[in-house]
Design a protein around this ligand. Structure first.
Ligand code: NAP
Ligand code: MG
Length: 454
């Protein structure tokens, strides 16, 4: 077995050695999950609900431990990491109400009774990226388990620690052995095996668009079910009639949170030309105030990037000597630090304006009117998220209906709630997670007709 050394990105020092699963281990664990499915699907709904609530309670008792692990492994600010662990608890609580409400329908038909059932799929393979290890895992495993499936979960190679701990907490909570399995390993080994092993009936993938496309091709061989949450290049659209003060104060958090390593990052700021100067002036003050510091500090608003490799990839977009509008601060010393960086886009064909950078870099571009704003916002292969700032209700409604993205917020930058649907248009993904309908993605609809004449 090979191993991987987890590195603390804030200090560039080793934290822990992790054993990586090989193909045989992946297959054996998938087999185990498939065996556990036979009994887990039959656990009566009330008992499955109780077990999920227990799991939520045990996670709640370990919020601080999980949060500290994420700070150490991923460099997330402690405030964010606590929210992330709390999000896992909340997802489990939310979907713990599902087993007792997994309703089918009774549909009027002649000569009999027609009923639909929502049946679990079997083993669900969840592949998680390194940017939000806890929430993205929970968005998959909470509804998957609630619907009666068993789970094999592969964390990103860089960030396995909280997933491993969640696997242990599930057992402490009484989730039966084999129902929720965490398999640290390489994407090219364990992740690919989820796609090729026919016992895995569905893949939930979050990560880059390139890898997602490969997984989609692989799933085609078995017509394997698939949900994809991929990249983004979301627009923060600020109209002249908005509260410019508030929009400017919120704009750094909207893109630099998690060091910009967020698929929802508002990394294109579109500002109506008449307020561009006034916006930039306020935005500059906010960027310079944005606290980039050791993620353990309660005051930290941004920590380091995840790895030396990611820092190099991001830096490559703004090499030494690039023309930048202004930048924020960063601590000196070891670790993968980069200051928040603001660029004025010269044209919509700039690489930095079009490509997902996945780091603390934002491009600002002016627009003339509402039609221009919509055209620019939609001029992207992605469509995950975005914000619209305006005091004109009619405009806010028109623009939010016209922007091709799955998660928008008006006069706000918040796009993730466990009880509302989340997912992307275009190359940002396929399907939706979270919210009341997520169970549909983890069940098959079975229709049964009962002849009442016989
Ligand atoms: P990635 O390289 O696509 O990796 C994501 C996951 O897939 C990791 O667990 C990775 O394992 C695994 N993987 C890699 N190659 C694989 C393969 N051939 N078969 C199966 N699994 C494979 O992405 P990342 O670098 O972790 O994350 C950054 C990207 O994720 C960004 O583009 C971002 O936009 C996107 N993202 C999207 C969302 C969303 O909700 N839409 C959320 C978060 C991130 P290893 O770590 O072992 O390589
Ligand atoms: Mg990768």
């Amino acid at each position: 077995m090979s191993t991987y050394t987890v590195i603390n990105p804030a200090t560039a020092t080793p934290v822990k050695e992790i054993e990586l699963a090989d193909l045989a281990t992946a297959d054996a664990t998938i087999q185990k999950a498939n065996k556990a499915f036979e009994s887990w699907r039959l656990v009566n709904p009330g008992d499955r609900a109780k077990l999920l609530r227990n799991f939520a309670r045990v996670v709640d008792e370990h919020i601080e431990e999980l949060a500290q692990l994420e700070v150490l492994n991923s460099g997330h600010t402690i405030g964010n990491a606590r929210w992330e662990a709390g999000n896992v608890r909340d997802c489990l609580n939310y979907y713990s109400a599902a087993p007792e409400r997994l309703f089918g329908r009774q549909i009027p038909v002649p000569n009999g009774i027609d009923i639909t059932f929502k049946e679990p799929l079997g083993v669900i393979g969840i592949i998680v990226p390194w940017n939000f290890p806890m929430p993205i895992a929970g968005w998959g495993f909470a509804p998957a388990l609630a619907a009666g499936n068993t789970v094999v979960l592969k964390p990103a190679e860089l960030t396995p620690l909280t997933a491993i701990r969640l696997g242990e907490l599930a057992l402490i909570a009484g989730i039966p052995e084999g129902v929720f399995n965490v398999i640290p390993g390489k994407g090219s080994v364990v992740g690919e095996r989820f796609v090729t092993n026919p016992l895995v009936r569905k893949i939930v993938f979050t990560g880059s668009t390139t890898v997602g496309k490969g997984i989609m091709r692989g799933c085609a061989d078995q017509v394997k079910r698939l949900t994809l949450e991929l990249g983004g290049k979301s627009a923060n659209v600020i109209f002249a009639d908005a509260d410019i003060e508030k929009a400017a104060a919120g704009a750094p958090g909207a893109v630099f949170d998690n060091a910009g390593q967020d698929c929802c990052a508002r990394s294109r700021i579109l500002v109506q030309r008449s307020v561009l100067d006034s916006f930039l002036e306020k935005f500059e003050v906010a960027v310079k105030k944005f606290r980039v510091e050791s993620p353990e500090l309660e005051t930290a608003e941004m920590g380091p990037l995840i790895s030396a490799g990611q820092l190099a990839r991001v830096r490559e977009y703004v090499p030494e000597g690039s023309e930048i509008a202004f930048e924020g601060t960063k601590p000196s010393g070891d670790g993968y630090w980069m200051a928040p960086t603001v660029l004025l886009a010269k044209s919509t064909s700039d690489r930095t304006y079009r490509e997902e950078i996945f780091g603390p870099v934002v491009s600002v571009l002016p627009f003339d009117d509402e039609a221009d704003a919509i055209r620019l916002a939609n001029d992207s292969e992605y469509g995950l998220s975005g914000s619209i700032w305006s005091r004109d209700i009619g405009r806010a409604v028109r623009v939010s209906r016209a922007v091709e993205a799955g998660n928008l917020s008006v006069n706000s930058n918040s796009s993730v709630r466990y009880w509302t649907p989340f997912g992307g248009y275009k190359q940002s993904g396929l399907g939706r997670e979270l919210g009341p309908d997520a169970l549909d993605a983890f069940t098959e609809t079975k229709n049964v007709f009962f002849d009442t004449n016989s």
